[in-house]
Design a protein around this ligand. Structure first.
Ligand SMILES: [Zn+2]
Length: 338
C-alpha cells in the first residue's frame, strides 16, 4: 500500500469510528450521552433524575426536569489548553448561570452566553461588577453576598448562595511554579499569548474576590436531595459552617481541587470542604490543566485520603462531557438511563 492510500484508509477508519460514536451518542439517554444538555443534548424530564456533567475546569451543568443550570462558564480555554469539546457558541440551552467567583477561569464565557440566551448570571459583588463592565445588562446580572436569604427558585429545586473563601495560593512560589511550567512546556507563541490574554481579560482580579466574591451554591430539590458546589478550595467560612449546621448534610459535593501544585498542601483545604458539606458523593473540580498556570493534579492521593478518613464518601471522577445521574428520591447514583 502506498503512503497516500494508507493515509486515505486511515482517514476513512477515523471517520467511520467518529460516525459510530455519534450514532451511539444520538441514541444515548441523557446520562450516557456525551453531548451536554446545554449544547442541545438530551435532558432528563422525569421527577427523579438529576444529571451533573463535568465540562472542564470547574464547569458543570446540572439538568433536571427539562431545565439546565450552568455552574461556571469557561469553555474556550485558549489554544494551548486541552479542548473540552464544548465551545461557548455551542451553548444553546440554559436557564441560568451561577458563577463561583470572578476570575477569568470561571466566568470568561458567561457574558457572551447570557446575552445570546437572555438568561441571568449570578455571582458575588466583584463578579457582578465585572459582568456589567463586560456589557451585561443590570437586569441580567445578579449580585449575591452569600450571607443568607438569597434563594433562586426553579421547577423542583432551589439554589442558595453561601459565602465561601477563595483558595489561598502559595505566595511567591506561585511565580516560581509558573516559570517552571514555562520551562517544561515552553512559552506561548505571540498568537497563543494574544488569545490567552483576551480570555484572561474577561474576568476580574479585584482583591474582593478572595473574601467577598467567592460563593458556594447549595441546590436543594423538593425531595430534600442536595448538591453543593464550590469552585475554589479556600478555608471553610463561618457562613458555610452555620449553613451546613442548619441542613446537616448534602448528597453530592462538587469541590475544587486546585491552587496548590502538590497534593501535600492541596488535600487539606479540599478535604475540609468535603467534610463540611458531608456528602455521599464527591465530584472534583478545577483539577485539570490550564496551560501555563495550573498542572493536571492527580486525584488518587485525595481519593485515598477520603477512603481513610471518610470511607462513606464515594468519589466520582468524570471525563470531559461525561455525566453522573442521581435519584433525588433515593439519593443514590443511577448507573443507567433506564
Ligand atoms: Zn480563582
Amino acid at each position: 500500500m502506498n503512503i497516500r492510500l494508507a493515509f486515505i484508509s486511515m482517514l476513512a477508519l477515523t471517520l467511520a469510528t467518529a460516525a459510530r460514536a455519534d450514532d451511539a451518542d444520538e441514541n444515548a439517554g441523557p446520562c450516557a450521552s456525551l453531548v451536554p444538555a446545554s449544547a442541545g443534548g438530551p435532558v432528563p424530564h422525569d421527577n427523579d433524575r438529576v444529571l451533573l456533567r463535568f465540562l472542564g475546569t470547574s464547569n458543570y451543568e446540572l439538568a433536571y426536569k427539562g431545565q439546565v443550570i450552568l455552574l461556571d462558564a469557561y469553555y474556550d480555554r485558549g489554544p494551548r489548553t486541552r479542548a473540552i469539546g464544548l465551545m461557548p457558541d455551542q451553548v444553546k440551552r440554559a436557564n441560568a448561570i451561577f458563577l463561583g467567583h470572578g476570575h477569568f477561569d470561571h466566568m470568561s464565557d458567561a457574558v457572551s452566553i447570557a446575552r445570546r440566551l437572555g438568561i441571568q448570571v449570578v455571582g458575588g459583588p466583584p463578579t457582578y461588577t465585572e459582568l456589567l463592565r463586560e456589557g451585561l445588562s443590570s437586569s441580567q446580572a445578579v449580585s449575591v453576598t452569600g450571607l443568607g436569604g438569597e434563594v433562586f427558585q426553579f421547577r423542583g429545586f432551589k439554589v442558595e448562595a453561601v459565602l465561601a473563601h477563595h483558595s489561598v495560593l502559595s505566595g511567591p512560589s506561585l511565580g516560581d511554579f509558573h516559570k517552571a511550567i514555562a520551562d517544561e512546556i515552553g512559552n506561548p507563541t505571540p498568537e497563543q499569548a494574544a488569545a490567552e490574554a483576551a480570555i484572561l481579560a474577561r474576568g476580574t482580579f479585584s482583591p474582593d474576590v478572595i473574601t467577598k466574591g467567592t460563593i458556594a451554591y447549595v441546590v436543594t430539590f423538593d425531595s430534600g436531595f442536595r448538591v453543593a458546589y464550590v469552585d475554589s478550595a479556600g478555608p471553610v467560612t463561618p457562613t458555610m459552617t452555620a449553613f451546613m449546621k442548619s441542613i446537616g448534610h448534602t448528597d453530592v459535593a462538587i469541590v475544587a481541587y486546585q491552587g496548590h501544585f502538590v497534593q501535600e498542601t492541596q488535600i487539606p483545604p479540599t478535604l475540609a470542604l468535603i467534610k463540611v458539606f458531608n456528602p455521599r458523593y464527591f465530584l472534583p473540580a478545577h483539577h485539570d490543566e490550564i496551560a501555563g498556570t495550573f498542572l493536571d493534579l492527580g486525584l488518587e492521593p485525595l481519593a485515598l485520603t477520603l477512603r481513610e478518613q471518610m470511607p462513606a464518601v464515594k468519589p466520582i471522577s468524570l471525563l470531559y462531557r461525561s455525566a453522573a445521574c442521581f435519584s433525588v428520591h433515593s439519593g443514590k447514583q443511577l448507573q443507567s438511563d433506564d
